[in-house]
Design a protein around this ligand. Structure first.
Ligand SMILES: [Zn+2]
Ligand SMILES: [Zn+2]
Length: 387
């Protein structure tokens, strides 16, 4: 039985020595295998993973590699486990950890920076200067599970206590996996935008971050909140999450529509979540003079932008990476107060062993899939539900 020296376990929650885990082989190739259960070090806990959401970035990593970086290189054929949007139950405590207790439900944010670089010291741990340096003689202690260290498509993972967010019993496993997505939107809006109530926001792109961006903007008091996109079914969910107006860019010019909806001047903030090639070009025309544009998605190619328009109009552009400055805690606060229903973006659940099917649903948007979740304990959960 699992009892590493210095690690606290509980007879109430026995931990096995080995676990099932998906590992990445060649690009696009996942294999279901057995791995030893990892061991938490100082300031870390072992999390029993209960549910993991699939993110577009997982698909990017599984097929192309970056932004994952394993031992300074591509993540392929390194016995490495992807997956980063997970939640679970604390199963063991590393040496000295008393901030969490065994049996406590938590969700996780991704990045545990090195804690010693300039950006980590500023709270910008998602922009850690020692990103991916966690191996050999360049080990700075950086962890970004599912990016630079083993992730969540398995049964157990170690997490730095700084990446844990406690969740209430009333929050379902599926909803808890969405905290980090809402946290990313929160990071963009509160840290980079500095939104105050009554200011106007456009969110471009109704993917999971965009849809929860609408919800967070609304919960922060933004008015009006306008969502642009090309799929009516997703725009409809945006309305349910608090958008005052939606614009289908297939039917009308989104820049003209936004300006018309907000008195001709444009809005105070644009949160760009589409990654479309024309997105930045459009965003700087949607925003008013002195307005701010947050870039939370990226196109694959370089795109031309009217820099003169940005300069002449004092427009601010911010790129954000992930969910820094504890934004997930603020997102979780909104969610546990039921200020919005994040589960509206959750569409499908599969057991962990069916990960390839779950990924197919997410990738091909089968059956209008948005957030697809895999659960490690689905059979146990079903048993409970049947009782
Ligand atoms: Zn993600
Ligand atoms: Zn750092």
């Amino acid at each position: 039985m699992y009892a590493p020296p210095g690690v606290k376990t509980s007879p109430d929650m026995p931990v096995p020595d080995t676990m099932k885990a998906w590992v990445l082989g060649d690009p696009g190739e996942l294999k279901f295998t057995d791995k030893p259960v990892p061991v938490p070090k100082r300031a870390e806990v072992l999390v029993r993973i209960d549910a993991v959401a699939i993110c577009a970035t997982d698909l990017e990593i599984i097929w192309h590699g970056p932004p994952a970086s394993i031992q300074g290189g591509m993540p392929f054929n390194k016995n490495w486990t992807p997956g980063h949007e997970y939640m679970g139950t604390v199963a063991a405590l590393g040496p000295g950890v008393d901030e969490y207790r065994i049996g406590q439900r938590v969700t996780v944010e991704i990045h545990a920076g090195c804690g010693q670089c300039k950006r980590c010291r500023e709270g910008m741990y998602t922009a850690c200067h020692n990103y991916g340096l966690n191996y050999g003689d360049v080990d700075k202690g950086h962890r970004a599970n599912g990016f630079t260290t083993d992730g969540g498509f398995c049964e157990y993972q170690v997490n730095n206590i700084n990446t844990l967010v406690a969740i209430p019993d009333a929050m379902s496993d599926e909803e808890a996996t969405l905290v980090v997505t809402a946290g990313t939107a929160m990071y963009g809006l509160t840290e980079l935008g500095g939104l105050v109530a009554g200011e106007s926001v456009v969110v471009t792109g109704p993917g999971p971050i965009g849809l929860l961006g609408v919800a967070v903007a609304k919960a922060l008091g933004a008015s009006p909140v306008i969502l642009t996109g090309t799929r009516d079914n997703r725009l409809k969910i945006g309305l349910e999450l608090g958008a005052d107006h939606v614009v289908n860019a297939r039917n009308e010019n989104p820049v003209d529509a936004v300006r018309k909806l907000n008195g001709g001047k444009g809005v105070d903030y644009v949160v760009e979540c589409s990654g479309a090639p024309n997105a930045v070009k459009d965003a700087i025309r949607m925003v008013n003079r002195g307005g701010k544009v947050c870039l939370a998605a990226f196109p694959h190619e370089e795109t031309p932008v009217d820099v003169a328009h940005i300069v002449r109009n004092n427009i601010y552009l911010f790129g954000i990476r992930g969910e820094g400055k504890s934004a997930t805690h603020r997102a979780e606060a909104f969610m546990s107060q039921k200020r919005f229903d994040a589960t509206k973006v959750h569409t499908h659940t599969f057991p962990l062993e069916d990960l390839p099917t779950a990924i197919k649903y997410a990738r091909e948007r089968i059956d209008d899939a948005i957030k697809v979740v895999v659960k490690t304990r689905s059979s146990a959960a079903q048993r409970v539900a049947a009782e």
